[in-house]
Structure formats: C-alpha cells, structure tokens
Design a protein around this ligand. Structure first.
Ligand SMILES: Nc1ncnc2c1ncn2[C@@H]1O[C@H](COP(=O)(O)OP(=O)(O)O)[C@@H](O)[C@H]1O
Ligand SMILES: Cc1ncsc1CCOP(=O)(O)O
Ligand SMILES: [Mg+2]
Length: 271
C-alpha cells in the first residue's frame, strides 16, 4: 500500500506541474461537468465531435476519454476512429454508459474489443455487460436500466478483474464503495457522498479525471487517484452542501484544492 500511496502523491504533483490535456468525446448531458472536473484536478480539457478530431487529438495527448452516453449518427465514425487512434498512439479511458442499450452503442462497444482502452470506468451493471459483450464472462447478471446500475459493486468483481486482465489495464467499478483492479491487485476505496447518486455526471466526470491522471501515471494508479479524489472531495463537499446544487459547487471547490497527501490519505483496503 505504501508504494501505491507514494505513486498517488507523485501523480497529483505531476498533474499540477504539467497540466496534461485529456481530450474527450463525451455525452451532451454532462460535458461541462467533465471539463470542469478535469481542470479542477489540474488537467486541461478539450471536447471534440468530428470523425477526424479524435485521431488528431491522439497525436498530441497521452490519453483520450471516450464516453458513449448520448450517441448521434456522427459517433458511428468518430468513436471508432478515436478509439483506434488512441489505442495505437496513446491510450484511452472508456465509460460504456448504458452498455447494452441500442444498436449503435452495442456495435461501438463490441468493436472496441479489437482496440481496447487502458481504463474502463463504469458502474457495476455496465462493467458486467461489457465483459459479457466481449465474451469474457458468462452470467445472467448485467441488466441494463439506462445509465444507472442495477448490480452491486461486489457482484462486478469477477467481471472487472477479467476485463482488466484482458485490456492489460485497470477497471474502476464505482458505487457506494469503489472497486479498482488491474486483474492482479484489487482494492476498495471508501468515502464520497450519497449526493453523488443524486446529481448527473459524477460517473462521467470521474472517467474524464481518470484520463487526466493516466496522462502522468499507469492505469491502476490513475484509476485509484481519480477515485480517491472523488471520495475525498465528495466527503468534504457533503459537509458544506445544502442540497444537490450546492454539493456540486462545493465538490468542484474541493477537487480544485486536492493534494497528493489527500489522495494518499483516502481510506482504502486491498481485497
Ligand atoms: N451512495 C454513494 N455513496 C458514496 N459515493 C457514491 C455513491 N454512489 C455513487 N458514488 C460515487 O459517485 C461517483 C460516480 O459513481 P456512480 O454513481 O456509480 O457512477 P455512474 O454515475 O456512472 O452510475 C463515484 O465517485 C462513486 O464513488
Ligand atoms: C442522464 C444521461 N443520459 C445519457 S448520458 C447521461 C449522463 C449520465 O451520467 P452519469 O453516469 O455520470 O450519472
Ligand atoms: Mg455513468
């Protein structure tokens, strides 16, 4: 655990020192929150849409963020172009929002098996569904109910570990407690706030923040750094919040003051 804590401290220092740009192809609902969270932790944001833009961004950044939350026809070209370019030239974080819903989403996510992300950040249902889609596990679990999870974080452990080994990266399953694994090590990160489940975009923005940290460190450390940042900042924000809107503001404030020591102090447990 001490090695991990030191890596978290270094990751936060490197992000603040280098302000890495982690470009996103992300949904229209939460795009502003994603950009603001990325900037708050010390990174820089650039949101793109067009079929040639993800490839161009893969040339000038270390990690892209792809979130399939609100698909429109242009994404049929934009998403695979960006994912292929990022897989070859740098890396990408995937949020498979509402995996299993609709033909285009299913095709885009299924095809990503051939050019996988370095980090999958999703809720339990989405992680189980993606692992099933890629033929990595066989289970009756993984029922899709729009963008929210119907499964517990613990029930996604096998799917997450199998997926992490397949992508040779990390999987972060979010929920009340968050599970992060690289297929060898699996940890739980604690904290956060129930307010997260009452605002939209906490999951989406967490994926964008994973991409910022993965621009300076390995997938597992990056996924833990982002998750711990949310757990620490979420707990701080809850103390100030008077409702969901003031929670969101206080959360971004806390994220913008995040230090490496805060990330290392977040309660974690190896399981
Ligand atoms: N009940 C909860 N208590 C504490 N933190 C939570 C809770 N529900 C979600 N979170 C946090 O909210 C963020 C987004 O997770 P989640 O809501 O599972 O993603 P999604 O929005 O994609 O379904 C994560 O940082 C997670 O830890
Ligand atoms: C509500 C909604 N609909 C399509 S994408 C989206 C945002 C989901 O955000 P999150 O999974 O972070 O709550
Ligand atoms: Mg989500």
């Amino acid at each position: 655990m001490n090695d991990l804590k030191n890596a978290l401290i270094k990751a936060q220092e490197d992000v603040r020192a280098n302000c890495p740009m982690a470009p996103s192809i992300t949904n229209f609902v939460t795009i502003d929150f994603v950009a603001n969270a990325q900037i708050a932790v010390g990174g820089s944001a650039a949101m793109v849409y067009m079929p040639d833009e993800g490839g161009a961004m893969a040339e000038i950044s270390k990690c892209l963020y792809i979130n399939v939350g609100t698909l429109i026809p242009v994404h049929a070209e934009t998403v695979p172009n960006a994912a292929k370019a990022a897989h070859e030239k740098c890396a990408y974080v995937l949020d498979p929002v509402a995996a299993g819903m609709g033909e285009l989403r299913t095709k885009l996510l299924t095809d990503m098996k051939d050019y996988p992300p370095a980090i999958v950040r999703a809720n339990a249902s989405e992680v189980i569904t993606l692992a099933k889609m890629w033929g990595l596990i066989d289970t009756d679990e993984g029922k899709v109910r729009g963008v929210d999870s119907t499964e517990s974080v613990e029930s996604a452990r096998e799917a997450a570990e199998t997926l992490a080994r397949f992508i040779k990266g990390a999987v972060c399953v979010s929920g009340k407690d968050d599970l992060i694994t690289d297929g060898e090590r699996t940890i739980l990160s604690f904290g956060g706030s129930e307010y997260f489940a009452r605002i939209t975009g906490s999951g989406c923005s967490l994926g964008g923040v994973c991409a910022v940290y993965h621009s300076v460190t390995d997938p597992f450390t990056a996924a833990v750094a982002a998750t711990n940042a949310y757990n620490v900042a979420g707990a701080m924000a809850e103390k100030k919040a008077e409702g969901t809107a003031s929670f969101k503001v206080a959360f971004l404030d806390a994220l913008s003051n995040m230090t490496g020591d805060d990330l290392a102090a977040c309660p974690m447990k190896e399981i």
